[in-house]
Design a binder for this molecule. Structure first.
Ligand SMILES: *Cc1c(COP(=O)(O)O)cnc(C)c1O
Length: 382
């Protein structure tokens, strides 16, 4: 039988049949206690009906054999890493990861006897330079946060094969709509489902997608660590993912148009968006992504009061998270990267004028007007 296309899978894959009342959507099974005569079913074993249905949907969207749903992105990430890293092992990581992942590694790995190294740049050779005889895992995140740099998935997968490493990717920023790393030979795909998969800024969840063999190993520690998602959230997340394709396509489209608009705006000095031909990794992004996401960053012009720009926005909201249907901004220098020194930030290219922009599904004209008004008002106030 021919497999359904992506958009159809978003709506239907993994849906539970309502045998009793023949309703059109998955019933919600909240039980934490099931008969021991049938199976060893228990929410912490990731095997309630709603957990299983949702896992199937995520696996289909990533083209993976199996999926597993967690209570947060960090639960998925920490569980996957700990499944493959033991005392004496070593992991090579990208240097600009999501802050929570960096904290996990830098603050906790030493005490478990796990060694690590961060690649000096995103070039595959920089990753290879850090590989040692005890390296077990190579870990990437593309596009990166907040500068939207792109890592070459083909090269990373090849590097992992050559050195017999497990490759892992945090695919949160792309979502399965824009990038399917398993097709490039990456072993394990991780998501903060709190972002695009949930998409409405109201669910905290995470996911892993990989082969059945890798999942067996991840599952064996996952059920002990206990980072599960509740059934009611699994049910809500399944509902959210029904509109994933349509949401993200609209976000891609809005973001591309706004990236061009901002790049040509006199009060903006720089735009970081992989969909722009001016982006240094544009060719690579085109090769491995179906769309360029709703995420971008830009710098307001020198001398323009960034805080006043933020205050003058009326539709776009200042919040820390991302990927919701509503457009939001955050300022890396005072949020995600505030713990770094100003010099360390400057070295990464994160200036005080840098704004990270998560583009929503509102009307393009309204978003343009909101940005334009806020920039002009800020420039009058500066
Ligand atoms: C938010 C985020 C995470 C962490 O996910 P939580 O759901 O907050 O635990 C991991 N990676 C990326 C890229 C993120 O944006």
């Amino acid at each position: 039988m021919k497999k359904n296309q992506f958009d159809t899978q978003c709506v239907h894959e993994g849906q539970l049949k309502d045998e009793q009342y023949k309703g059109a959507i998955s019933p919600l099974y909240m039980a934490t206690a099931y008969s021991y005569e049938e199976t060893d079913r228990y929410p912490r074993y990731f095997n309630t009906p709603n957990q299983l249905g949702l896992a199937k949907k995520i696996a289909a969207l990533e083209g993976a054999e199996e999926g597993l749903i967690f209570g947060s992105g960090m639960a998925a990430i920490s569980t996957a890493l700990l499944a493959y890293l033991h005392k004496g092992d070593h992991v090579v990581l990208q240097n600009d990861l999501y802050g929570g992942t960096t904290n996990l590694v830098v603050e906790h790995f030493n005490k478990y006897g796990i060694e690590y190294a961060f690649a000096d740049s995103l070039a595959p050779a920089s990753f290879e330079a850090k590989i040692q005889s005890n390296t077990k895992v190579i870990y990437v995140e593309t596009p990166s946060n907040p500068l939207m740099k792109i890592v070459d998935l083909n090269s990373i997968a090849a590097l992992a094969k050559k050195h017999q490493l497990i490759s892992m990717i945090d695919n949160t920023f792309s979502s399965p709509v824009n990038q399917n790393p398993i097709a490039f030979g990456i072993d394990i795909v991780l998501h903060s489902a709190t972002k695009y998969l949930g998409g409405h800024s109201d669910i905290l969840a995470g996911a892993v997608a990989c082969s059945a063999a890798h999942m067996e190993r991840i599952f064996s520690i996952a059920k002990s660590l206990g980072g599960n998602l509740s059934d009611i959230s699994a049910w809500l997340l399944e509902r959210s993912i029904k509109t994933l394709a349509i949401r993200v396509k609209q976000q891609n489209e809005n973001a591309l148009a706004l990236a061009h608009f901002l790049e040509n705006h006199t009060l903006i000095s720089k735009v970081y968006y992989p969909g722009l031909p001016s982006h240094p990794d544009h060719a690579l992004a085109k090769q491995q992504m179906q769309g360029f996401t709703g995420m971008m960053s830009f710098e307001v012009a020198d001398g323009l009061d960034r805080a006043s720009f933020e205050k003058n926005l009326t539709i776009i909201q200042p919040v820390v998270s991302l990927a919701g249907v509503e457009s939001t901004i955050t300022i890396p220098a005072i949020t995600s990267h505030k713990l770094l020194s100003a010099e360390a930030r400057a070295k990464q290219g994160i200036t005080d004028n840098l704004v990270r922009f998560s583009v929503g599904i509102e009307s393009l004209e309204d978003l343009k007007r909101d940005l334009d008004n806020a920039l002009k008002n800020a420039s009058h106030e500066s």
